[in-house]
Design a protein around this ligand. Structure first.
Ligand code: HXC
Length: 259
């Protein structure tokens, strides 16, 4: 499939797919078509047997500077409701394989929300995270008030959402929003390294583990533990479980088959 606003490399490394946002002049502002393309690409990569982890990136200057303000400016509430852009975001959220955001430069508004929708975030030292929607008379709409608050806590989330202040990559790491900060030349390599490490594991176990961690955001502890336990038991139905445990006992590297 050909896309206008993203580039897809289905094997940036063995078993690792890459989606690069590609509207550089607009700082990768997320218009509806771009979001639709991300959704389509993720659906394809999620189905592809040769993909075990996915990276979403932008460029050195911007991961994404938010939803496309020029596209939204003239819309009214009913237009927004009918467009129902968040069904696209919900579909992205349902991706079974792990997604790593490799972020440099601006990750603002919908851009910050898109990287929070990913499972992990690797950033360059130049990355800046923010929810500046308040400056243009609105508020976050794609998870910013919820995922950010869960990640960094009330005080910092309130500050970011109410003042529009950005935080640096290092502040984001200290706050628990992101995983790693590396020099700008290395952020994509670091994300590939992390994705490749995940790609060595049993894909079924990775999928169930991802699903279980995400469940922690949706449920109370007891229900979450129950869900985790079911997934844990389920993995004993896989060949990969036998392979993983036998390889440990036989002191060799496991060869996972996704079975
Ligand atoms: C549309 C955008 C844009 C955006 C930047 N551009 N951000 N276009 N939507 N979100 C465009 C600019 O208009 C400009 O186009 C070009 O990209 C370069 O941007 P500059 O402003 O000239 O660059 P700079 O001076 O370096 O400032 C960078 C910036 C600033 C600080 C990131 O662009 C900015 O404040 N952008 C808006 C950030 C924001 O408010 N995001 C939240 C959006 S609302 P021209 O044609 O003039 O060269 C949102 C809601 C999400 O995300 C809800 C759910 C989806």
């Amino acid at each position: 499939m050909s896309y206008e606003f993203i580039l897809v490399n289905p094997q940036v490394a063995p078993f690792v797919g890459l989606i690069q946002l590609n509207r550089p002049k607009e700082l990768n502002a997320l218009n509806l078509q771009l979001m639709g393309e991300i959704k389509e690409a993720l659906l394809q990569l999620d189905e592809d047997e040769n993909i075990r982890a996915i990276i979403i990136t932008g460029n050195d200057r911007a991961f994404a500077a938010g939803a496309d303000i020029k596209q939204m400016a003239g819309r009214n509430a009913i237009d927004m409701l009918k467009i129902d852009q968040f069904s696209t975001w919900d579909s992205i959220r349902k991706t079974k394989k792990p997604i790593i955001a490799a972020v440099s430069g601006f990750a603002l508004g919908g851009g910050c929300e898109l990287c929070m929708l990913c499972d992990m975030i690797v950033a360059s030292e130049t990355a800046q995270f923010g929810q500046p929607e308040i400056n243009i008379g609105v508020m976050p709409g794609a998870g910013g008030t919820q995922r950010l608050t869960r990640a960094v806590g009330k005080a910092r989330a309130m500050e970011m959402v109410l003042t529009g202040n950005f935080i640096t990559a290092e502040e984001a790491r200290e706050a628990g929003l992101i995983n790693k900060v590396v020099p700008v030349q290395l952020y994509l390599d670091e994300a590939i390294k992390m994705a490749s490490k995940i790609a060595e594991k049993s894909p079924i176990a990775v999928q169930m583990a991802k699903e279980s961690v995400l469940k922690a955001f949706d449920t109370g502890l007891q229900e979450g533990l129950f869900f985790e336990r079911k997934n844990f038991y389920m993995l004993f139905a896989t060949e990969d479980q036998k392979e993983g445990m036998n390889a440990f006992i036989e002191k060799r590297k496991p060869e996972f088959k996704n079975k």
